[in-house]
Design a protein around this ligand. Structure first.
Ligand SMILES: NC(=O)C1=CN([C@@H]2O[C@H](COP(=O)(O)OP(=O)(O)OC[C@H]3O[C@@H](n4cnc5c(N)ncnc54)[C@H](O)[C@@H]3O)[C@@H](O)[C@H]2O)C=CC1
Ligand SMILES: O=C([O-])CC(=O)C(=O)O
Length: 354
C-alpha cells in the first residue's frame, strides 16, 4: 500500500459514516467515530451523561476495558470534544459520540450495557433527594429511550437519588412492557469501595483484601454497612463500629463539602462505576461467581427495591442474596434504613404513575 492509499484509508475512518454531521440540533457539530483495526469482539456499552464529572473519567476507563468493543458517549453538551479526545486512546474499543436528544436513539441501539451518570450533582447543604426534581425527569426520558431502543440491555443507574431513580426506571420499563428485574441495577459500589477503604485504614489492612457488604440504599441512613460480615473477619470495638458506620454513610457528603460547591464525588465514582460495569460484563460473558452489591428489585425485605449482594451472570442478575445474620446494631440500622427507603421508592414510583 503506498502513502496515498494509507492516507485514503485513514480518512475513510474520519469521513462518513464514521464522522457524521451532528444533524438534529442544527449545531453543525460532528460525530466522531474511529474504528480501531483488530477491535476485539466484545460488548457494546453506552454512557449517558458522558461529558460530565463522572462521565469523562468513566468513559476513559471503559475505553481501557478489553471487554468493550464499542463505546457510545452520549450527552446533551460537549459530547463531540470528549469523544474526539477519548477516541485517540490506543485501545481497541470503537468510540462514537452522540449529542442531544435527536441522537439519543442512535446512541442506544444495539447496546448490551447502558451506564447512566446523567444529572445534576449536590452542593453543600443539599441532600440527594434535593436532586429529585431535576434528575427524575432526566432518568425518565433516558429510560423511555432505553425501553424503545435496547430493551434487553443491562442498565446501571448512577444518577441520584438512586433510591428513587431506580424505581423510576423500573416504572418506565413496566409501562413499556419491557421491565426485566434482572437487568436493572442502581450503582451502590462507591459505598462498598469507601467501606473497604475506611475499614482497611482502621485495621491496617490492604484495602484490596477487604470486602464489606453494604446493603439498603444509597443515601444517609439507608446506607447500611454490615461490619459483622467483613472479610477477612475483623473484630471492631463499638467506637470503631460507630465511627465506620457514620463515615461510610456520610462519605458522599464528605466529598461534597471538601469540593465546596464544585460538585460531588466524580473520580472515585468513575472507579466504582467501572468496577461494577466490568463485573456486569464478566457476568454477561459467563464468568462464574461474580458477586457485588447493588440496589435492585428484591424480595430480601418487604420493600420492592433493596441493595444487597447479587450474583451477576449471562442474563444480568442471576441471584439476589439475603442479608445473612445481623447483630443488634445492624438490626436497628436496618429498621431506620427501611423507613427512609420506603418513602424514596414510593416517591419514584408515584413520579411515573402520576
Ligand atoms: N450512585 C452514586 O454512588 C453516585 C452518584 N452520583 C450522581 O451522579 C450524577 C452525575 O454527577 P456528575 O457527573 O458529578 O455531574 P455533572 O454535572 O458533572 O455531569 C452530569 C452530566 O450529565 C449531563 N446531562 C444532563 N442532562 C442530561 C440528559 N438529559 N441526558 C444526558 N446527559 C445529561 C450534563 O450535560 C453533564 O455532562 C449526579 O446525579 C450525582 O449525584 C455522584 C456520585 C456517586
Ligand atoms: O454524595 C453525593 O451527592 C454523590 C454520591 O452519591 C456519593 O458520593 O456517594
Amino acid at each position: 500500500m503506498d502513502a496515498n492509499q494509507r492516507i485514503a484509508r485513514i480518512s475513510a475512518h474520519l469521513n462518513p459514516p464514521n464522522l457524521d454531521q451532528m444533524g438534529g440540533d442544527g449545531s453543525g457539530l460532528r460525530r466522531v467515530g474511529c474504528r480501531a483495526k483488530g477491535g476485539s469482539p466484545g460488548f457494546k456499552v453506552a454512557i449517558l451523561g458522558a461529558a460530565g464529572g463522572i462521565g469523562q473519567p468513566l468513559a476513559m476507563l471503559m475505553k481501557m476495558n478489553p471487554l468493550v468493543s464499542v463505546l457510545h458517549l452520549y450527552d446533551v453538551a460537549n459530547a463531540p470534544g470528549v469523544t474526539a479526545d477519548i477516541s485517540h486512546m490506543d485501545t481497541s474499543a470503537v468510540v462514537r459520540g452522540f449529542l442531544g436528544q435527536p441522537q439519543l436513539e442512535e446512541a442506544l441501539t444495539g447496546m448490551d450495557l447502558v451506564i447512566i451518570p446523567a444529572g445534576v450533582p449536590r452542593k453543600p447543604g443539599m441532600t440527594r433527594d434535593d436532586l429529585f426534581n431535576i434528575n427524575a425527569g432526566i432518568v425518565r426520558t433516558l429510560s423511555e429511550a432505553i425501553a424503545k431502543c435496547c430493551p434487553k440491555a443491562v442498565v446501571n443507574i448512577i444518577s441520584n437519588p438512586v433510591n428513587s431513580t431506580v424505581p423510576i426506571a423500573a416504572e418506565v420499563f413496566k409501562k413499556a412492557g419491557t421491565f426485566d428485574p434482572k437487568k436493572l441495577m442502581g450503582v451502590t459500589m462507591l459505598d462498598v469501595v469507601r467501606a473497604n477503604t475506611f475499614v482497611a485504614e482502621v485495621m491496617s489492612l490492604d484495602p484490596r483484601e477487604v470486602d464489606v457488604p453494604v446493603v439498603g440504599g444509597h443515601a444517609g441512613v439507608t446506607i447500611l454497612p454490615l461490619l459483622s460480615q467483613v472479610k477477612p473477619p475483623c473484630s471492631f470495638t463499638q467506637k470503631e463500629i460507630e465511627y465506620l458506620t457514620d463515615r461510610i454513610q456520610n462519605g458522599g457528603t464528605e466529598v461534597v463539602e471538601a469540593k465546596a460547591g464544585a460538585g460531588s464525588a466524580t473520580l472515585s465514582m468513575a472507579y466504582a462505576a467501572v468496577k461494577f460495569a466490568d463485573a456486569c460484563l464478566r457476568g454477561l460473558r459467563g464468568d462464574a461467581n461474580i458477586v457485588e452489591c447493588a440496589f435492585v428489585s428484591s424480595h430480601v425485605t418487604e420493600l420492592p427495591f433493596f441493595a444487597s449482594k447479587v450474583r451477576l451472570g449471562r442474563s444480568g442478575i442471576d441471584e439476589v442474596y439475603g442479608l445473612g445474620p445481623l447483630n443488634e446494631y445492624e438490626r436497628i440500622g436496618l429498621e431506620k434504613a427501611k423507613k427512609e427507603l420506603g418513602g424514596s421508592i414510593e416517591k419514584g414510583v408515584t413520579f411515573v404513575k402520576k
